[in-house]
Design a binder for this molecule. Structure first.
Ligand SMILES: Nc1ncnc2c1ncn2[C@@H]1O[C@H](COP(=O)(O)OP(=O)(O)OP(=O)(O)O)[C@@H](O)[C@H]1O
Ligand SMILES: [Mg+2]
Length: 507
């Protein structure tokens, strides 16, 4: 038998108006960890969807061989039966079902029409142990954070006896700790003979775990590297991804903060369901004009909850404390009121909070600026198109037209639409929650450039970031949170990764 578990030959895939993949060839060795890199919209997710039956045979050209024979999958179930499991970029669990139901959903056996639930509860415990998740199998999935949900997806793949595991940006929503655990798990699978293909924009992680790296650019396979043999570096990957050298990952910016524009005192937020629990406890901070603040801390530290609560009480059952903007005490009760006072918010969860997937790009971008774009209550559709076109060029949103439905964009390009929407609303204070999640290195630099332009124009930015290099590279000051409290603050000059981590734990 061949040493390759997966072979792709000259695969071409077109969508109306877009050639997503062109003559892509790729070989994955049995037992290796193979990483797929490329800019947003390069075709990574589409390629994996073709080989796993999401796009059935006949909807693409070219050949795919799995375990030595040519595949002919009509749907995902077909590929799962053969031992191929794919974990998509956007998690696909059923939030209101339990862990074990999610693990076995769609592949439970019945006896005389009856499901033996106890058997599945017991079996799911084993898989949960393997992935290191210690939650009762009966737990409802929506109660768990993304990190844990990710592990359930993997447990689900294991329950299907996967031989080839495809992970599309598995760590994009995880913090450093969780990411490391997940990568170790994949290394452990490798020891057990399971092959993995990982799509990731986190190049340091790619180099840590991958044996082989293939780079896609504009729908074409550019090159495959042997990580050790070719002494592969992040710079080499980036160069092939973007087709040029990228000089500055964090563009330079002059920092000259002005007066205090926002001040928060003793802000406390109560849990939306368990009203006695404080999710944020007496947080106090200030923000100056022309300043970028970063909020760092482990997942669950309360950063998103704090900011969403300040943003028109969009989180929590109630809150206490004082919020001043430009000296005035404000008490917003809706996101709309917050927007009207010059606040903007880019949410971390683009799917449920940031975008309407079944609408087109221009409508989504205009969403927070309806007032600005209409006169006497009538929408100026020409203006809407112009603004959308402007951001399409500026942020390089990869799409043939701003009439494209957001659902059809690649993950990173969807994020760019979220960013465009907030920029168009032109807020004085922009809160961004994980602004560059799932965004490729080139586009990241573009978003940083735009943030810097906003600062130069006298705006202020609060950035929640789990990527410490990003916080260190961009912020003037860093607030460190943990367990609902602000543990301390560091200025750019004194901040290091070690100090931030130490502060989060010790205070
Ligand atoms: N259903 C669809 N209809 C139309 N175009 C699509 C569809 N799915 C993907 N595309 C287009 O195909 C191209 C490749 O998208 P794909 O999602 O594979 O990119 P990606 O490499 O996974 O990017 P990212 O890093 O942002 O996730 C993009 O230009 C995208 O807009
Ligand atoms: Mg993708």
């Amino acid at each position: 038998m061949s040493e390759y578990i997966l072979e792709i030959e000259n695969l071409t895939k077109e969508f109306p108006g877009v050639r997503a993949l062109e003559n892509v060839s790729l070989k994955v060795k049995k037992g290796e960890i193979h990483s797929l890199c490329g800019e947003n919209g390069a075709g990574k997710s589409t390629l994996m969807s073709c080989i796993s039956g999401v796009y059935p045979k006949g909807t693409y050209e070219g050949k795919v061989f799995f375990k030595g024979h040519e595949v002919n999958y009509h749907n995902v179930k077909d590929s799962e039966k053969e031992g191929l499991a794919i974990i998509h970029q956007e998690l696909a669990l059923s939030p209101y079902l339990s862990i074990y139901e999610n693990i076995f959903l769609g592949h439970m056996e019945t006896k005389l029409g009856v499901i033996n639930w106890n058997r599945y509860i017991t079996e799911s415990r084993e898989y949960l142990n393997t992935v290191g998740l210690h939650e009762p199998p009966e737990t409802i999935v929506s109660r768990l954070g993304v990190g844990k949900q990710q592990l359930i997806e993997i447990a689900r793949a294991l329950s299907k006896k996967a031989e080839l595991l495809i992970l599309d940006e598995p760590t994009s929503s995880l913090n450093d700790d969780e990411s490391e655990k997940l990568l170790n798990l994949i290394l452990e699978f490798k020891r057990q003979g399971i092959t993995s293909v990982i799509i990731s924009h986190k190049l340091n992680e790619v180099l840590k775990v991958a044996d082989t790296v293939t780079i896609l650019r504009d729908g074409k396979s550019i090159r495959t590297y042997d990580v050790k043999g070719d002494k592969l570096t992040e710079e080499m990957i980036i160069k092939d991804m973007v087709g040029r050298d990228l000089t500055h990952r964090f563009p330079e910016r002059k920092s000259s903060p002005g007066e205090t524009i926002m001040e928060v005192k003793d802000w406390t937020v109560y849990h939306p369901e368990y009203h006695g629990i404080k999710v944020v406890d007496k947080a106090s901070f200030y923000l100056k004009r022309g300043e970028i603040l970063a909020f760092c801390g482990p997942m669950g530290a309360g950063r998103t909850e704090l900011m969403m609560s300040l943003y028109g009480k969009s989180y929590g059952s109630r809150s206490e404390g004082e919020l001043r903007i430009k000296g005035n005490i404000l008490n917003f009760n809706s996101a709309k009121a917050a927007i009207e006072s010059g606040l903007g918010y880019i949410s971390e969860d683009r799917k449920s909070l940031g975008l309407v997937l079944i609408q087109d790009i221009k409508t989504n971008i205009a969403h927070a600026s309806l007032k600005k774009l209409s006169r006497f209550g009538i929408m100026n559709s020409q203006g809407e198109i112009q603004e959308a076109e402007h951001y399409r060029k500026e942020l390089r949103i990869r799409t043939p037209s701003v009439d494209q439905l957001v659902r059809n964009l690649s993950g990173g390009n969807q994020q760019k639409v979220v960013v465009s929407k907030s920029l168009l609303a032109d807020p004085d204070i922009l809160i961004v929650d994980e602004p560059t999640r799932g965004i490729d290195v080139g586009a990241k630099a573009e978003i940083y450039d735009i943030m810097n332009t906003m600062i130069a124009a006298g705006k202020s930015i609060i950035m929640i970031s789990s990527e410490l290099p990003e916080a260190l590279g961009m912020a003037d000051r860093i607030y460190v949170m943990n367990e609902g409290r602000i543990k301390g603050m560091l200025k750019k000059e004194e901040a290091t990764q070690e100090k931030i981590m130490h502060m989060a734990l010790v205070g």
